[in-house]
Design a protein around this ligand. Structure first.
Ligand code: IPE
Ligand code: IPE
Ligand code: MG
Length: 248
């Protein structure tokens, strides 16, 4: 979906690299998993705020393909947090009209967690207020590879359209705004294909501190961007007041 010209005030689709949980905890002499728990609180508030603002799609990076390389106790802590969140958070999402999707390779997850993901998706499937994609065991390279493998298995030609349709985020338009908290200026294998024309916003705030005011600030910044999609400024804002042009 292309929307040219000055960015809409509220992005249709916001994607977030929720980074900085570990540092938030370490600064407080707490175990890293305590930071992830606090990060879940921030995520709950973020989902609510985005829904209230009229954002239609929220996609978050919760666990990357590469995060398996972390210490075993942190990985198991994150798996337990996902399992606990499934039972605790889903009823509230349902009440708020949020449709949840899990995006990523589920084959490495336990049967119990896989069943929980499918149940949460089925329970919220009729909701339309906000689509909430949780990228878990996700990587942009994994997604492109699995999409190409699907096409190859079906003997389909590889085109931009066929590849897009086989990707794990085919059910939503590309993100308008990608936010990364925690001060790092990189994508870390997040939406590599879908980020082609997303506006990027980086914040030094650690994810557990990224509150409603911080989201508003990111959206205000986005609202000042001019999205050109390869065109010139004159082409995308032809009606902008100019001294050389007569008013119609
Ligand atoms: C992001 O926070 C959450 C996950 C990767 C699961 P981090 O755990 O990467 O936090 P920092 O970057 O170490 O502070
Ligand atoms: C990206 O953060 C992954 C998630 C937020 C889930 P990382 O903390 O894993 O990224 P790097 O390792 O600093 O690039
Ligand atoms: Mg990190």
């Amino acid at each position: 979906m292309t929307r040219m010209g000055t960015a809409r005030t509220v992005p249709h689709h916001i994607a977030i690299v929720m980074d900085g949980n570990g540092r938030w905890a370490t600064k407080r002499f707490l175990p890293r998993v305590a930071g992830h728990k606090k990060g879940l609180d921030a995520l709950r508030a973020c989902v609510r705020h985005c829904g209230d603002l009229g954002v239609k799609v929220l996609t978050v990076f919760a666990f990357s393909s590469e995060n398996w390389n972390r210490p075993a106790d942190e990985v198991s802590g994150l798996m337990e947090l996902l399992a606990a969140a499934l039972s605790r958070e889903v009823p509230q999402l349902q009440a708020e009209g949020v449709r949840i999707h899990f995006v990523g390779d589920r084959s490495a997850l336990s049967d119990k967690v896989r069943t929980g993901l499918a149940q949460a998706e089925a329970l919220t499937a009729g909701n339309h207020r906000l689509v909430f994609n949780v990228c878990f065991n996700y990587g942009g390279r994994w997604d492109m590879t699995q999409a190409a493998a699907q096409l190859a298995a079906r003997g389909e030609a590889i085109t931009e359209l066929s590849l897009s349709r086989a990707m794990a985020l085919a059910h939503v338009p590309d993100p308008d705004l990608i936010i990364r908290t925690g001060g790092e200026l990189r994508m870390s294998n997040f939406l590599l294909w879908q980020a082609a024309y997303s506006e990027l916003y980086f914040s030094d705030k650690l994810w557990p501190e990224f509150d409603a005011a911080a989201i508003d600030k990111a959206i205000a910044d986005y609202g000042r961007r001019e999205r050109r999609f390869g065109r010139t400024s004159d082409q995308v804002a032809p009606t902008a007041p100019r001294t050389t042009r007569k008013a119609a």
